[in-house]
Each structure stands twice: as C-alpha cells, then as structure tokens.
Write a new protein. Structure first.
Length: 964
C-alpha cells in the first residue's frame, strides 16, 4: 500500500534527495569546493560569490548603485521612487528584445537579505518556476518523515546558505523560463524568496494530507515543527530581516531627539561589531570542535587486533583513558525528562565494568554509533553526562530532544561510543547571543522597554547620565537604610555597596570584588533585602557552577527560589531547587492518580479488543489523560516560575522560553560577569528594570578561541567596559579581604589592585599551624614558599624538563615537578593538614592529569583537590600548590604570563602558597619575576637538592637569577 506521505506529481527528472553534505553553521563566506563539487552552473557560482563579497563589504548608502540598477523597496505593491512599479519594469523588460532584456536583468542585484521577492519583482513565470521547485522539495521533506529519514535530513538542513544549496537540485530539475535565465539564476540564490515559497508549498502539502486523513493535525507533524524551528532561529531572522524603515528613535521620556539618535548610533555600531565577532568566534568553535572529534583515536584498518574484545584490550583502554572515550556501549532504555531531554541509559556489552575515564556528570559529550572496533559511523549527537551507574557498568546521557525525534530508536541495537569534548560548539548559545543583540538594537531605546534606563546609561555619555539625574529619572546616591536592616558583619565598603544596590532608581551598579572580599555573601544580602522590599529578582552567571553556588547561598534564607536549566548540568547539591524537581514534587500525587486511571483503562482494553468502537473509545481516553498531564505540567511550571521570588539561570539560560514569557523582573543580578562576553549579559539585562553586575576584571576573562575575535574586542566583558564609563560613577569596589594571609594578599594588592586591597586583622597573620591538629614545622609556619627546580648553582634538576603532550592536545607536562608536588603534599599531610584543605593547581591540562594519577596512587591523598587554575576560580583552600610546568632555554612561559590567571591561582590560598617552577625560565617574564621576588622577601625559597624535598635541609641562601 502506498504511503500516505507519497503524494504525486514530481516534475521530471526527479531531483536527488537532500544532498548528503554537512555545512558549517557560519554563512559568512562562500563554500567554493562544495559548489564546484556539485557541478552547479559557473554563473551561479559567480553569483553566490559576488553576493557573499557584497555582504562582507561595508554597506553603502541607499540609492547609490551603478548603471541601471534600481532600488528595491522590499515591500510588495509599493511604488518605486521613480514612480514606476517593479511590475511595470518587468513588463517593459519582457517586451524588449531578448538580448536587451538579458543585459538589463544582469545589472539587477538581488539582496541576500530582506523581504521575499514576488511576481511584481520577478515576473509570474519566474515565481511559478520557483514554486515548482519548492513544491518538489516540500514533497521530499514530508516523505522523509514517513520513511524514517527525517533525523538524517535535519542534520543536513539549516537556514541561510545551507537551505539555498539544498534547494538548487530541485530548482534545476525544471527548465528555466525562456529569456529569463538571468532572473532565475539570481532569484534561486535569494534565501528569503526560497524560504517563503517553500513555506507556502509545505503548508499546502500538509493541509492536503490532513484533508485526506493521512495526518490528524498538520501542525503536529515533525516536518512543520522543524520548519518552525528554522524560522525562529536567530540566523534566519538575521538573514531574512525585513528591510523596513527603522523604528523612530524615542529615547528616554523628555530626552532631546538628537541625543537619543546619538545613543542609538552607538548601539548600532556596537551590535554590528559584536555580531560580526560572534560569527568569527562561531567559526573558530566549529573548527575547534571538529579538530577535537578528529583527534579522538579510531582503530587502524590494518590493525592486527580486529576483534571487538581484543581491540578493547590492546587499544581501547589506553585510548579511552587518554581521550575520555568509552566504546562498545549499547542503549538499553530511554525516558523523557521535564527539560525536554532524552535520558538514554547505556550499558557495556556483557556487563563489563566501564573503563577508567575522566567523565563526570555534567560533562558535554558527543554520542555516535560505531562499528565493533570503535570506528565512527554516524554524525555527532550532542548531550551531557547525566550520571554514572553505581554498578560501574552503565552511564546515562541526556541528549537534546528536538521536535519529538526518536533518539532511542536511532541508537537502539547499535554499538555506541561516547567522547567527552572540551570545546563542543553550541549553536544555541550563539543564536541566543545574536538574538540579544538584535533585541538591544531594535528595542533598546523604545519607551516600552523596561530596561531603557540601563541602555541609556551604558551607551550614553557623561552629559546623558547627568541629564537623567537632573530630570529625576535616575539616582546615583546611596539609599538611606535603617542600620538594623544591614548585618553589622559587613565593613564600610560592603555596606556602601548594599545601600547602592537597593536604590531602585539606580539603573546600573558595578561591584568589583577582588579575591576574598566577600562578594558572594554581599550579593546574597542584596538579593535577600531586595526581596523583602517586594522586588522579583533574576540572578545569572556565565557558568552553571557559579549559578549553583549562588543557589546554595540563598537556600538557607527561606526565599522562594527556583533554578532553571538543563537538569544534567545542575549540581546534585541544589537539585531540590531545580524547576524539574519542584514541578515533579507538586505533580507527584496527580501523576499517581493518573497512572492508576491509565492502568484501569489498559485492563479494560484487554477485554474490549474484539469491540472496535469500545476499544477506540478507551484509546481516546488514554490520549486525553496524556494531554491532561501535559497541560497540568505547563500550568504547574508557569505557577512555579511566576510565584518565585528569585529565578536563577546561566546568562544564556535566561533566554529559555520559560523565562522569556515571565513578567519583567525588578532587579537583575549578574555574578562573575568578568568571565562573560558582553552579548551574553544583555540576555538577562533586557528582562529587568535595573541591574547589578558583579565580578572582578582582574581575574579570568571570557574564553575566546579566535585570535581575530579577541583582538576585535569580544573578550572585553561588560564589567570591564562599563567600569571606565562616566568617570567611575557606576562602580563601587570592595576594599577589605577576609581570606588570605597578608603576605599573600599584599602581592595581589600591589600587582593587580593598585595597592588598595587591605587585609582584615582577623586573617592577616593566620598560618597553617593555626589550624586544629597541625604540627609546627617550617612548612606550616611559612605563608609563601618557592620550590625551585634549579639547583643552588643554576643547573636544572634531572627530570624537571617540560614535555609536550604526545596525545596532540598542545598541552605541556613536567614529571619532575609532579614528583616535587607529591612530596610537598605528603609533607603537609604528615604535619596534620587535612587533605581536603590542600589544593593542587596547574595551568596545563596534561600536568593536571599527571598529578591526579600520581596522587591517586597514594591512599592518604585521596581528598586532595587537583584542578586547572581556570576551573578553580571562585573556590579556595588552606594550602595551594601551583605547578608552573614550563622549563626551556628560550624562556617561553606561554599563558603563564597572563596576569589575571596567576592572580586567580595565588589568591585561592588562605594560609599557604607553594610555587613549583624553574626560576630561570619563569624570570624571563617580568610579572612572574616580581612574584618570585615577593616570595623571596616574604617567604622562603628551597632549591632542588637530592633528598631535600619534603624533608629538612632547607637551603637558606636562595640564588635566584637577577631580575632586571
């Protein structure tokens, strides 16, 4: 029987199915190799190339075009400026001799962006030709759903150039209208026109199927859902944005129109620049991700060990440990989580134990099917590790479920491999950042925008800010608070920050919190007091860890809070505050009752199988119960979010549709803002009336992969940019630190904070020996220690050379330094320091892995924390040991020379810092040389001598290289 999807009338010859090519998400340049490989007409190739070059060139003013090119108004039926309609021009063109007509058309330059072009612009013959091709494409699109190929189609389909390329085979299947070939060649590359016609034809096909009874509701088909997903993407909105007159600049009520226009121009320049840099960075992310996937080892076809078990033994374990890869897994079950994620449970073949890897819950992974020897067979499915089974044989992965795709059936019965990918490109983050910039540009200065005062402050000049204050629209003063409202434990700078943060008429407050100054506790106090004032608060941060940290701090104060985000990325410690857990607990009784009713109906169904009408009625009741549950879930989610006093999410998570639909927040708080790119900060800011941006621009900056994007300014955070605005009017700085011994803090104060950071007397002189059960030794009495791998007379200790990671990661390791670190850790533990109070850091991933392996061999060091410097920001420990790794004759220190990274590393410590390094190499960098000099003056130096590390015999005559 013919499939209901197999509708007739495909124009001969039938075009091939959707091209089996994958495209980069960025559409910023033509893909010449692909075009030539598909043997497209050379004129089409040149046309695409010219349009891409035109799009990349700076925009020229309207109306300045050469020859006979006329401006397209971008709106159907409107008269041109010369009072000749596009339809009239088309009629004249058709009436002319073909040679003249072709010459006239060849000068037309159809825009890649803008409104769809209709018969007035192209003529009826060309529109009919396009519609015919798009009808064939729509039929194939729908047929793929019934034939089980829709998942594969979605991997290849996307907005923009990807869509245009897929359409070419269908357009070329029918002959072009005679004499209008030039118009056809240009129209077939105009994305808005193709997309608009495809929508019309797809709608017609699906409605026809519903009329014939092939589908129950065409709106619920996967074809239509995926089409709507494409239409809602930021990439589509950017390309197909209508070319209309921009909204009249309104500005703040009463502001001079010229001032408002000047602010709008700054916004336009900013959004244009950031959008371009996001595309560049997105390209770099995609390229980096592909390199990561390509680095993952696969078996050599000529390998002697061809059997699955033999390969796993001879190659698999070593490769899996090295690359965070697990092979030979099988999907055994699947469930759908509240966050629209497919939770798929994988188990090893034969219930063997999982190999030792670094995979942990929350890690981003790539799931692909493979053959029995681990060779990849399919494209990547993005997901997160949900949990590792207690039996040691299973692993659960949360895979993104879009449009109801059958993820489990796609993986069921096939051998699967899971790879942890450090830098997996996230298209959703890119799209949400782009969308935030679009909203900022479009609505930033509109009177209905609740965050208009924030926008005017951050893009206005000093005069604009003064005007806002003079007209009583904003206030920059501290709020007069009752002393009883603020806890007396806060110092003067903290109390000032609280008073500023509670001023409802202050649109922007920047809080710079150097290490140990109590920034997190301060934000907790501001949020709590703001809620007491009746305000609803949105709290965000660039990372899930930072958000979860804030959830923990707020959980003990009786606030009604909810954590929104991917369940797989939320810490188990705060899972009870997650939206999913709260909704599940509220619906537990309702679901139990529903399951009881379903169970009864299923029992009844068994006895009614012979009565078709009765069985159909029972099945309909079961469907109604399912729909009732979905409706109840939506109502409960809305209730939980709308009644919560504080909503917490990541910056990009604040663009979640669940949060987007909520009423405007009174206050937006962004923590760790120094680590976030500015476009991501505008996602939450545009949802609030005022904002507090907290962080430290002297600590780690946003991670940028592209050098071009970094040099262009994408790495400049909002915190850093805004701190320099309006002569520091927006910023308040916390001055007193409560974490570090003053010998440690004084270095950070002098090098990073202009000498303004002071130490509280409570911590200024505390040492390891002051901790309970710690013995007094030279180590526990020492706040700063340099363990130099150079011997007293300058030669390098054996085995302390740097090595490049053979795995091809580009990272470095140093076995000699690892041995020294282990010895020092043991000396601290034997002196009575708790292992959990010891932190071992290195800037290099390969060294971190080596240190974990070495310390993992020692039972007494099981609780010692080992991590990269970057991943430990925001945390602290009594004793911090830093392995610098680099040791070479060139004096190359790599990113050790990043002042902010070293500031983070040193300031994690409360009572003791030990730096393990080759002083000869490190001193080639003046910043690091000053650090070693500081340790020499305020701490102790120990050189490499046989048998001395970890014991007595400290060399008291340190010989550091001269520091010029």
């Amino acid at each position: 029987m013919e499939s209901a999807f197999a509708l007739q009338h495909h124009p001969p010859p039938r075009p091939p199915p959707f091209c089996h090519f994958s495209f980069p998400s960025s559409l910023s340049r033509p893909h010449s190799l692909f075009l030539r490989h598909r043997k497209f007409p050379h004129c089409l190739f040149r046309c695409l190339q010219a349009q891409q070059q035109e799009a990349a060139a700076p925009a020229t003013s309207e109306g300045k075009r050469k020859g006979k090119v006329r401006r397209n108004s971008g709106s159907r039926g409107k008269a041109l400026t010369n009072k000749r309609t596009a339809a009239g021009e088309a009629a004249v063109a058709v009436a002319r001799p073909r040679s003249e007509r072709k010459e006239e058309v060849s000068l037309e330059s159809l825009q890649q962006k803008g409104d769809p072009l209709g018969w007035r612009d192209l003529g009826k013959s060309v529109v009919k030709w396009i519609s015919q091709g798009m009808k064939a494409m729509a039929l194939d699109f729908v047929a793929a759903e019934s034939q089980g190929e829709f998942e594969e189609l979605k991997q290849r389909m996307g907005p923009g150039l990807t869509f245009v390329m897929q359409a070419q085979a269908y357009l070329n299947a029918a002959p072009m209208p005679l004499g209008l070939e030039s118009v056809c060649l240009k129209a077939c590359t105009h994305y808005p026109t193709l997309f608009d016609n495809f929508q019309r034809e797809l709608l017609e096909v699906l409605r026809g199927m519903q009329e014939k009874g092939s589908v129950e509701d065409w709106r619920q088909t996967e074809s239509w859902k995926f089409f709507k997903y494409l239409a809602k993407s930021a990439q589509h909105k950017e390309i197909a944005r209508k070319i209309t007159q921009p909204k009249r600049v309104q500005g703040v009520s009463g502001m001079d129109l010229e001032k408002a226009k000047a602010i709008q121009e700054r916004i336009d320049d900013f959004t244009k620049k950031m959008s371009e840099l996001l595309v560049v960075e997105r390209d770099a992310e995609v390229e980096y991700t592909q390199e990561e996937l390509n680095v993952v080892p696969t078996p050599d076809e000529n390998s002697e060990s061809s059997g699955p078990i033999e390969f796993l033994v001879t190659h698999g374990q070593a490769q899996q440990e090295l690359c965070d890869t697990i092979c030979n897994l099988y999907a055994v079950s699947s469930s759908v989580g509240l966050g629209a994620m497919n939770l798929v449970l994988f188990r090893t073949d034969g219930n063997h134990l999982l190999p030792p890897t670094n995979l942990t819950p929350g890690d981003m992974v790539c799931v692909r099917t493979c053959d029995s020897r681990g060779a990849v067979e399919t494209s990547c499915l993005q997901g997160f590790i949900h949990n590792l089974g207690e039996d040691g044989c299973s692993i659960s992965v949360a895979l993104e479920s879009r449009h109801g795709d059958a993820t489990f059936s796609k993986l069921s019965g096939k051998s699967v491999r899971i790879d942890r990918i450090q830098g997996l490109a996230d298209a959703l983050t890119y799209e949400r950042n782009c969308e935030a910039l679009m909203l900022l540009q479009k609505n930033g200065l509109q009177k209905k925008n609740p965050s208009i005062a924030i926008v005017a402050t951050l893009f206005g000049d000093k005069e604009d800010v003064e005007w806002l204050e003079q007209n009583n629209l904003v206030s920059w003063d501290e709020l007069n608070l009752d002393k009883s409202m603020i806890d007396t434990k806060f110092d003067d700078s903290q109390q000032r920050a609280i008073a500023l943060g509670l001023n409802k008429k202050r649109p922007v407050l920047l809080i710079q919190g150097p290490p140990g100054t109590g920034k997190s506790g301060l934000l907790k106090e501001i949020i709590t007091l703001a809620v007491e004032q009746g305000e609803r608060v949105l709290v965000t941060a660039p990372t899930n860890a930072a958000v979860d940290n804030m959830v923990e701090k707020l959980s003990d104060f009786g606030l009604d809070i909810v954590r929104v985000g991917n369940p797989a990325r939320i810490s188990s410690a705060v899972a009870s505050k997650s939206l999913g857990e709260i909704v599940n607990s509220k619906l537990a009784a309702y679901r139990a009752e529903l399951e009881r009713k379903k169970s009864d109906l299923r029992k009844d169904l068994r006895y009614c199988l012979k009565d078709d009408s009765l069985a159909a009625g029972i099945r309909q009741l079961l469907k109604q119960l399912g729909r009732a549950l979905q409706k109840k879930e939506k109502e409960t989610i809305k209730e939980v979010l709308s009644t919560s006093q504080v909503v917490l999410a990541t910056n990009t998570g604040a663009a979640d549709p669940l949060i987007r639909k909520l009423p405007t927040f009174d206050l937006v708080v962004i923590d760790e803002a120094g680590q976030a790119i500015e476009p991501s900060c505008w996602i939450p800011i545009l949802k609030g009336r005022r904002c507090i941006v907290a962080g430290d621009q002297c600590q780690l900056a946003p991670l940028i992969l592209s050098r071009k994007a970094l040099e262009g300014g994408l790495g400049i955070s909002l915190l850093e940019r805004a701190a320099s605005l309006h002569e520091g009017l927006l910023t308040t700085t916390l001055r007193t630190q409560y974490r570090m011994n003053d010998a440690i803090a004084s270095w950070a104060s002098k090098e990073m904070y202009g000498g303004l950071l002071e130490s509280s007397p409570v911590v200024a002189s505390h040492l390891l020996v002051d901790s309970p059960f710690v013995k007094p030794t030279w180590v526990t009495l020492c706040p700063l220690l340099l363990l130099d791998t150079r011997m007293p007379y300058g030669s390098l200790s054996v085995g302390c050379e740097e090595h490049l990671d053979p795995a091809g990661t580009g990272s470095f390791y140093n076995e000699g330094e690892a041995d020294i670190v282990v010895e020092h850790v043991l000396s601290l533990i034997y002196a009575g320091v708790r292992p959990a109070a010891i932190v071992v850091q290195s800037p290099y991933v390969a060294q971190v892995q080596l240190l974990r392996d070495r310390l993992g061999e020692l039972p007494e060091s099981g609780d010692v924390q080992v991590s990269t410097i970057d991943s430990f920001q925001g945390r602290e420990g009594d004793a911090v040991i830093i392995s610098m790794v680099r040791s070479n004759t060139l004096g190359a220190v790599g990113f050790l020379g990043d002042n902010r990274r070293m500031n983070v590393a040193i300031t994690r410590a409360r009572k003791h810092v030990a730096v393990v390094c080759d002083s000869s190499t490190i001193c080639h960098n003046s910043f690091l040389a000053r650090l070693l000099r500081h340790i020499r003056y305020f701490g102790r130096v120990k050189h490499a001598e046989p048998g001395t590390f970890g014991g007595s015999g400290l060399g008291m005559d340190p010989m550091l290289p001269s520091i010029g």
